[in-house]
Design a protein around this ligand. Structure first.
Ligand code: NZQ
Ligand code: ZN
Length: 387
């Protein structure tokens, strides 16, 4: 295990009816609020009205920025920064999924940076301060509600990049599983795939001996695999939504990354695919991850075999690691297909002509990933196989 430090300052407020905690949480940070939300789901579900009622009761001064895109864009981040500066706001309330929360984090850091916030997103500048953020989570997927990452798309450059900072962890996150009842089936499936993929990115690490982290990851995966088929049939089941919500948070709140060099190559490639073709993050991962595993299995099949034995309950006896790894990948594909996840890039009308742009966008360093570092040629092959 490598040396590490761990700090997670986000207060989680989990359960039914917890929205009212805005009353006790917000005043600590100020009552001049930027209310950030997405394309309208919170208006349709009635959550917008409930949040506004809470803010009125607090006598808060509220400026709204709606329309945050799935795969949030730099242009929207800049709008938020201007609104905070013009109105001297002191708090951001992000009501939504990962996109809204990520947008809030870049606004929070960018407000306190004199230059172009894109410098922060591409790690050219380091945030020195950030406007405090509170979250009302509406979708179980990214873990953004309890981490310091912000993923932003610069559409002009066809580049989707991210930064991480302790300064932008949400001060608090309200996780009421009932607020995810309205998440449609496709987004529910994408969330499930994203959660599993976050475990994979950290499970396939380049560090010797990290059995605790791996077994926590396996427990999350087993719980997702057990719950997902029931959830997709019963979207309004409280327990299934609650289990998935907590799984999503635990999969990417720093727990699994303690003391290990994590991989993230598949996320890099998916971000490149989304930057060029604007597809849902979880949909892209469902297509790409089995191909990444096939590439990795050529040289390092043992951990994939371990995953098959421990998570997909495959029998090991009499099989080589390579055979067991192949069965594991087949089981993963079958599982994702069974819940309705896509399996080919053509599902999103992506063809050969876009691959070169995606390779270019993915290769932010000469190789990506650490478990098995990928070169541009590997990424190109992986994308071609995914068509
Ligand atoms: O925009 P609205 O109208 O709100 O609709 C959203 C959006 O269309 C809808 N939705 C969310 N909650 C809903 C709902 N619809 C009905 N009822 C609800 N309760 O779902 C759609 C997708 O929302 P989005 O926030 O984009 O999804 P997700 O949470 O999957 O976030 C994806 C973004 O997060 C980034 C991804 O790259 C992508 O940009 N990621 C962020 C990470 C992080 N910060 O740590 C890590 C991840 O790996 C990921 O890269
Ligand atoms: Zn992800």
């Amino acid at each position: 295990m490598d040396n590490f430090q761990f700090q997670n300052p986000t207060k989680l407020i989990f359960g039914k009816g917890t929205l009212k905690n805005l009353q006790s949480e917000i005043p600590a940070y100020g009552k001049r609020v930027l209310l950030l939300y997405g394309g309208g789901s919170i208006k349709r579900s009635g959550l917008y009205d409930q949040v506004m009622d809470q803010l009125k009761e607090l006598d808060a001064f509220v400026v709204e920025l709606g329309g945050v895109e799935p795969n949030p864009r730099l242009t929207t981040v800049n709008k938020g920064i201007s609104l905070i500066r013009e109105n001297k706001l002191d708090f951001i309330l992000a009501v939504g999924g990962g996109s809204v929360i990520d947008c809030a984090k870049s606004i929070a850091a960018g407000t306190h940076y004199e230059g172009d916030v894109w410098d922060i997103v591409i790690n050219k500048a380091v945030p020195v301060a950030a406007t405090p953020i509170g979250v009302v989570l509406t979708l179980a997927a990214t873990g953004s509600e309890m981490n310091g990452n912000s993923v932003i798309t610069n559409w002009e450059l066809k580049s989707k990049r991210y930064f991480g900072s302790i300064l932008v962890y949400p001060k608090f996150s309200i996780l009421d599983p009932e607020l995810t009842y309205s998440v449609p089936l496709d987004q529910t499936i994408y969330g499930i795939v994203d959660i599993m993929s976050h475990v994979f990115e950290q499970y396939f690490h380049a560090t010797e001996s990290a059995p605790i982290q791996e077994q926590i990851g396996e427990a999350i995966l087993r719980t997702v695999i057990e719950t997902a088929p029931k959830l997709v049939k019963e979207l309004n089941n409280y327990d299934y939504r609650a289990i998935m919500m907590l799984n999503g948070t635990l999969a990417l709140n720093g727990l699994l990354a303690m003391g290990v060099r994590t991989d993230w190559a598949t996320h890099n490639i998916e971000h490149a695919v989304s930057a060029v073709h604007d597809i849902p993050h979880g949909g892209g991962l469902a297509i790409l991850f089995p191909h990444w595993m096939e590439h990795v299995a050529k040289t390092r099949p043992e951990k994939i075999a371990q995953l098959g034995e421990r998570v997909f309950n495959l029998a090991k006896e009499g099989k080589s690691d390579a055979q067991l790894a192949a069965e594991t990948i087949a089981s993963l594909r079958a599982f994702w297909t069974s819940i309705g996840a896509p399996a080919t890039l053509s599902y999103y009308d992506i063809d050969e002509t876009e691959i070169e742009k995606m390779v270019e966008s993915a290769m932010i360093t000469p190789t990506i990933g650490s478990y098995v570092p990928l070169k541009a040629e590997d990424v190109r092959n992986l994308l071609r196989k995914s068509l």
